[in-house]
Design a protein around this ligand. Structure first.
Ligand code: BGC
Length: 458
């Protein structure tokens, strides 16, 4: 079996880019330095009981001060592709369209990006990775504000203008589905708000891409897209209602965002189910959105079975999807409780290929995939065989997809470093490099980094 994986993966490495990913809030720290304003997560980290282990992202991995060290590790291990994010609240502290640019932060990120270039590291930059400026929620309604797309487009333009010469690959939003569904359930109007937020994210994405294409792309020759969550869902039984439920689950997660981007409008199933609760695009917006990505980037962690029903209150997004998630007993779970189902990677790639990519000449990139492991000691972290096994098996299914002609060309493991895992705080370890929070964020490469490096550089 192991030999099979090795053979498959050796085939994979030809003409293929491997990288590592992080995001600013999760690794940077320096939470109020150099004029940075607060994100919603800075605030949540200081709200008693919100983050389960009572940590926050004030310091996180201290990468704001130690990016040289992080880049040196990647250089030593032969990692050439690095996905990171730039925080809106550093670049434009007041966040709204027309407000002042913080040139201290612009200079900082130019230095950082130049250092990457000198070290031979290729940057893949997210303009937004779960770091909504708090001021947009204090003075407005954040992602559901009708002015949100314009604020974002203004910020995106500042990024393209100041960093465009140094960034070959841009992503507007990380995981619009998570943004729309998870950060939202606690607020009023839960039966319309996820769809309004999703709509605004799509419009913000479309506006930013339009600006990039019209003003910068021919000059800098970069590419732009966004990262969608993709989870595989199979019917729990072969009953028609479960088959239909799995189909609905996929549509409400993936097609919700992929259809507007490829076809200019929402899937008909969502339109008929939600009626007036799903916002409409104008003809002009449809044109703007259609074809607004240069590659299909997606984050994949898990797969599950889906049973029809279980929600009947008709209040939240989850009532609209109306499915119950089930796991097979034999599926092992990560420290997040997520099922490990490597073959799901193959089936979900097939889904997006058949539905959207086949008819467009477009690459598919896996921009996140990874595992949290319980690593209480340095020794357990350094001997992270489970992570190697996870990556090996997932990659073998990615290779199967490639062997069948599905054009996957990049894979990023989440994450370079252990980091701040949102509501789980610093307790969940996703890194290929251990970060010791008791010992001044000391970095120690794990076995998985060595394994990954050998895979990439064999
Ligand atoms: C997010 C990351 C997160 C990871 C693991 C992805 O959904 O983009 O920010 O740390 O999953 O939960």
């Amino acid at each position: 079996m192991i030999l099979l994986y090795i053979l498959l993966i050796l085939g994979l490495t030809k003409g293929f880019d491997f990288g590592l990913a992080t995001s600013a809030t999760q690794v940077e720290g320096g939470w109020l330095e150099d004029n940075k304003a607060m994100t919603v997560w800075d605030n949540l980290g200081h709200t008693l009981g919100y983050v389960r282990d009572h940590t926050n992202a004030d310091i996180a991995d201290d990468s704001y001060h130690r990016y040289h060290e992080d880049f040196a590790i990647m250089k030593e291990y032969g990692i050439k592709h690095y996905r990171l994010s730039i925080p809106w609240t550093r670049i434009i502290p007041r966040a709204v369209a027309g407000s002042p640019v913080n040139y201290k932060a612009v200079e900082y990120y130019r230095r950082l990006l130049k250092t990457m270039k000198e070290q031979g590291l290729v940057p893949y930059v997210n303009i937004f990775h779960n770091d909504l400026p708090a001021i947009l929620v204090i003075n407005g309604t954040g992602l559901s504000d009708p002015e949100f797309p314009d604020h974002f487009a203004y910020y995106a333009n500042v990024c393209f203008e100041n960093f465009g010469d140094l960034v070959p690959y841009w992503f507007t939003f990380d995981e619009p589905w998570c943004q729309s569904v998870y950060d939202n359930l606690r607020v009023y109007d839960a039966n319309t708000k996820p769809y309004i937020m999703g709509h605004n994210i799509l419009l913000a994405h479309g506006k930013a891409v339009k600006i990039y294409r019209e003003k910068y792309q021919s000059k800098y020759k970069g590419k732009i897209g966004l990262n969608l969550n993709i989870e595989m869902m199979w019917p729990f039984t072969d009953k028609n209602e479960d088959i239909e439920a799995a189909r609905r689950g996929l549509i409400f997660q993936i097609d919700w965002f992929a259809d507007p981007i490829f076809k200019g409008d929402y899937p008909s199933e969502m339109k008929s189910k939600l009626g007036g609760r799903l916002p409409r695009f104008t003809e002009e917006e449809k044109v703007m959105l259609k074809g607004s990505i240069d590659f299909f980037a997606c984050n994949h962690y898990m797969s599950y079975l889906v049973q029809d029903g279980g929600h009947d209150e008709n209040i939240t997004y989850f009532d609209d999807v109306n499915t119950t998630i089930k796991y097979k007993e034999e599926w092992k779970r990560t420290d997040m409780g997520w099922p490990i189902v490597p073959e799901g990677m193959y089936y979900i790639l097939r889904y997006i290929y058949e539905k959207w990519v086949k008819d467009h000449s477009m690459e598919i990139w896996i921009t996140e995939n990874g595992i949290a492991i319980h690593e209480p000691t340095l020794e357990s972290a350094v001997n992270d065989k489970e992570r190697i096994n996870y990556m090996q098996t997932y990659l073998s299914y990615l290779d199967k997809a490639r062997a069948e002609g599905i054009p996957v060309t990049k894979y990023f493991s989440w994450s370079l470093l252990d980091n701040f895992e949102w509501t789980s705080g610093l307790s969940k370890k996703f890194g290929l490099v251990r970060v010791d929070y008791e010992r001044k964020e000391k970095r120690t490469p794990k076995s998985s980094l060595l394994w990954y490096s050998q895979l990439i550089n064999h």
